[in-house]
Design a binder for this molecule. Structure first.
Ligand code: ADP
Length: 404
């Protein structure tokens, strides 16, 4: 069976999955893997879909010193041990800039264009692109498809897309892009099956993980997002502040004598839940901690989700459903209950038992709005895009070169 490898490369880890393509073009998840501790204590873990462990192996730090090598090592293991020889690799790429409203087959020109957006997503983009560059050099005929977190939001109207700054800056790409698009696109694609009564209506989706944002879906299309030019805006996140008066950045530069690089590091790594609590960037740790700073950080997070829900409800001119997803959204009854409390003005009420069991539908019978918990699946979305680009490309006789 032909397979597609899906890769999500970060600064010190690469997550990957293998999907088989059935005779009728359906995608079947076969394998999940993670190589983490890259450069420090590299560890490869791979499981079958049923959760059975296939490997748990550590490597010398020098042998897996960067994420490109990490994916190459994982790919080598898949090839040698499981005879997985993918016909294409789909990569998560966080920033597609203004150019890409869909996934794209990567060549040298596309790659050069995507490298221009490194400064817009310094925590993600360089690591997303490094394995692509390395594979392109070694296997130039192996199709690699870049799937963007920004693409799903590219249909935003001008009011959602602009900052109130001179238009020339917008023209050169200083825009409100929005992120987590692969997650929102997956949720939009799942709604007709799991929540058909709201699929074609006005839905707010809250992707609450280490990175967090919210999206307004109108008939399955994104019309507004809380994230903007970079992945710093909107909701507070694990280590990022979310919405911040730009005057704070000026203050840090002029009054605190910080360099631009120091400010960047501060905004991406020292703020959010971590900065507020001084304890942890991890919601699990904070919600179980009675230290007043931890309590405040959690309250702040919930407060901002509530405020942003109001903003998105205004963008949609009403709201017919609310969806929680990602690590916090899928797993934390406590945070969901607190957020539902902030939505009480919309007539929302919670079914406490359903909520505590992470059920699909967690709103109470009398709630004027259904609340759903829908696990996201960005990897499946990447596999779908990859297969779609490949299917279209094969009309134009792209040659598939297998690695072995
Ligand atoms: P990302 O993919 O952005 O790294 P995730 O979607 O995996 O992030 O979400 C990670 C966040 O989810 C962390 O803050 C973690 O504490 C939180 N999380 C995971 N499980 C739970 C849980 N059971 N209760 C509360 N928070 C949780």
């Amino acid at each position: 069976m032909d397979t597609i490898l899906v890769a999500n490369a970060g600064s010190s880890s690469v997550k990957f999955q293998v999907f088989g393509i059935s005779a009728d073009g359906g995608l079947m998840r076969q394998i999940k893997g993670l190589m983490d501790g890259v450069g420090s204590r590299p560890r490869l873990r791979v499981t079958a879909v049923d959760g059975a462990a296939l490997v748990d192996r550590t490597y010398e730090s020098e042998t897996v010193h960067d994420v490109a090598t990490a994916l190459a090592t994982a790919g080598g293991w898949l090839r040698e041990e499981l005879k997985v020889d993918p016909i294409a690799i789909g990569h998560r790429v966080v920033h597609g800039g203004p150019d890409y409203d869909r996934a794209v087959l990567v060549d040298q020109d596309v790659l050069a264009r995507l490298e221009r957006y490194i400064s817009l997503a310094p925590l993600h983009q360089p690591y997303n692109l490094a394995p692509i560059r390395s594979i392109l050099a070694r296997f130039p005929n192996l199709p690699q498809i870049a799937c963007f977190d920004t693409a799903f939001h590219r249909g935003h109207g001008p009011l959602a897309d602009h900052f109130a700054i001179p238009l020339a800056l917008h023209a050169e790409g200083v825009r409100r892009y929005g992120f987590h698009g692969l997650s929102y696109e997956y949720i939009a694609s799942a709604l007709p099956q799991v929540a058909p009564e709201i699929a074609g209506k006005r839905v707010i989706v809250a992707h609450l993980g280490s990175g967090a944002s919210m999206c307004a879906l109108d008939q399955g299309r994104s019309i507004e997002s809380t994230l903007g030019f970079t992945a710093l805006d909107g909701l507070p996140m694990g280590t990022r502040p979310g919405q911040l008066d730009p005057g704070v950045v000026l203050y840090l530069l002029s009054e605190k004598g910080m360099s631009p690089g120091e400010v960047q590091n501060f905004l991406y790594r020292e703020c959010g839940l971590k900065g507020l609590s001084g304890i942890s960037n991890d919601m699990r740790e904070l919600q179980g901690n009675s230290d007043p700073r931890a309590v405040f950080a959690v309250d702040y997070f919930v407060h901002r989700v509530g405020l942003n829900a109001g903003m998105l409800a205004a963008a949609l001119q009403g709201i017919d459903g609310f969806v929680f997803t990602a690590g916090i959204g899928e797993n934390s009854p406590q945070i969901r209950a607190a957020i539902a409390g902030k939505l009480a003005w919309l007539g929302v009420s919670l079914d406490a038992a359903a909520n505590s069991e992470n059920k699909l539908l967690i709103s109470g019978r009398e709630s004027q709005l259904p609340l759903y918990v829908i696990p996201t699946d960005e990897e499946l979305m990447i596999a779908r895009h990859t297969w779609s680009v490949l299917s279209h490309q094969s009309d134009k006789s792209v040659k598939y070169e297998r690695v072995s």
